[in-house]
Design a protein around this ligand. Structure first.
Ligand code: GUN
Ligand code: FE
Length: 443
């Protein structure tokens, strides 16, 4: 939308009108001139991005531990790290950092997996509540059948759900981690819980080839049988679903959390998003931190693009239509909100929705990309999507409230570091790098 004004009151979008109506709107809504913000040349607003799948405790090791595939990665790095969340000071530090980082990256809605430790999940909710951050928060990721009986899990669930209903920007979510880590009795008890509360549900489905059960006609059956496939169910990965399974997923209105960075990093597989879209299923992007090493949805968009182009290369005859930047933009915003069942609240600019937004400035002094006089708006948008980062996000708003941003007025920029970097410093750094790289080339 070009040359428009967007009005926000109490966190909600109250009008989107042509710029020529501005003075009329100001008197109609009693808006003082000081409350009107004019965008500078080349600046634009976009909806805040939606992360449909992120593991808060795994942020500790995001960007590292990328050598193993899923099963070994879980037992070697992930579960031991998650167990450290029992230390609530540590949990507080981790939650603070992951929530701040995702907001800084322009994610205004996130669907978290926490851990199976109730107190650590409380910490995550408190940190998010403090940041005024709408999200689905994990109820219980039961990862160990032996140590938690269904009864205690059920008890934890109910009081946690009630606790979370107190904040309108938080939604509890039933989180049976995966079919491998939950007994059928547990799944059944979660289904019963859902009959009472009608909550969103999330799990990992057919993420790797080894998740395929030989002879199994429908991997969604067990979830369906216990009433856990609804229009608020978010299924992570779904790389190896058959068309019949995709049909059921569509019939029940479930959404797919596509986590391309994770799928490549853990070498799980390449989801055919074009096919999923052709089948008419809801789909959005997830970082899957820390299976995915980046907590940025812009990174997820880029990884999704590369997977789509890889599939196009692999398809004979050039008939495969790789995802366009428009389709990728939709996955990162409205697609994600549909997957979370929050499309009436966030994901696009529509009157009545929350003002979850990013003010993008392609011309910031430290911008990671360059703009030329010949660039159209579409050129600049694409440059931002593929080359931009938090330096271009001068304001991030959640429900009308500015939560962070690289705004020059509020964060005076530090002097350019290079000016202070002497030759000696550089030598010193290089020397250290050389020492740490002293390993055989084939490792
Ligand atoms: N399957 C079960 N747990 C996990 C997890 O933490 N990450 C990923 N990517 N897959 C899982
Ligand atoms: Fe995951």
């Amino acid at each position: 939308m070009k040359d428009m004004v967007i009005g926000v009151n109490k966190g909600k979008i109250i009008f989107i009108e042509d710029e020529t109506c501005l003075s009329e709107l100001m008197s109609e809504y009693n808006i003082p001139p000081g409350n009107v913000r004019h965008l500078d040349k080349r600046q634009f607003l976009m909806p805040g991005m939606v992360d449909t799948h992120i593991h808060a405790p795994q942020y500790v090791f995001a960007g590292s531990n990328m050598d193993l595939q899923l099963r070994q990665w879980l037992s070697t790095y992930t579960l031991p790290t998650e167990a450290k969340m029992k230390d609530l000071d540590f949990a507080n530090d981790v939650c603070d950092k992951v929530v701040n980082r995702t907001l800084k990256n322009g994610t205004t809605t996130a669907c978290y997996y926490a851990t199976m430790y109730r107190n650590a999940s409380d910490v995550l909710c408190k940190v998010i509540g403090k940041s005024i951050y709408p999200s689905c928060v994990d109820l219980c990721a039961a990862s160990n059948k032996q140590t938690q009986t269904d009864k205690t899990v059920y008890r934890i669930h109910t009081d946690f759900v009630i606790f979370l209903f107190q904040n309108p920007l938080l939604t509890p979510i039933i989180t049976p981690r995966s079919i491998r880590t939950c007994s059928e009795e547990l799944i059944k008890s979660l289904g019963q819980l859902n009959q009472t509360y009608r909550l969103p549900v999330q799990t990992h489905i057919l993420e790797t080839r080894s998740d395929i059960i030989p002879g199994c006609q429908n991997h969604l059956d067990v979830w369906d049988k216990h009433g856990l496939l609804t229009n608020r169910t978010i299924l992570g990965h779904c790389i190896y679903l058959s068309d019949n399974e995709l049909d059921l997923l569509k019939l029940r209105g479930c959404g797919i959390a596509h986590c391309p960075n994770s799928n490549i990093t853990l070498r799980s597989g390449l989801l055919d998003v074009r096919h999923v879209l052709n089948m008419g299923c809801k789909i959005g992007l997830g970082t899957d931190v820390a299976g995915g090493y980046s907590s940025s949805i812009l990174d997820a968009l880029r990884s999704a693009c590369q997977i789509s182009k890889t599939l196009a290369i692999q398809t004979d005859g050039g008939s495969y239509k790789a995802l366009t930047y428009q389709a990728l933009f939709r996955l990162a915003t409205l697609g994600g909100s549909e997957v979370l069942g929050l499309e009436a609240t966030t994901g696009s600019f529509v009157v009545g929705k929350d003002f979850d937004a990013i003010l993008v400035d392609p011309l910031v002094a430290d911008s990671p990309f360059d703009v030329f006089s010949t660039d159209t708006f579409s050129d600049v948008l694409q440059k931002f999507l593929f080359l931009g980062d938090d330096r271009n996000m001068i304001d991030v708003f959640v429900s009308g409230k500015r939560v962070c941003g690289n705004n020059k007025m509020e964060n005076p920029r530090q002097p350019i570091v290079q000016k202070y970097r002497t030759q000696a410093d550089i030598y010193h750094i290089e020397h250290r790098i050389l020492r740490y790289h002293f390993a055989p080339l084939n490792t």
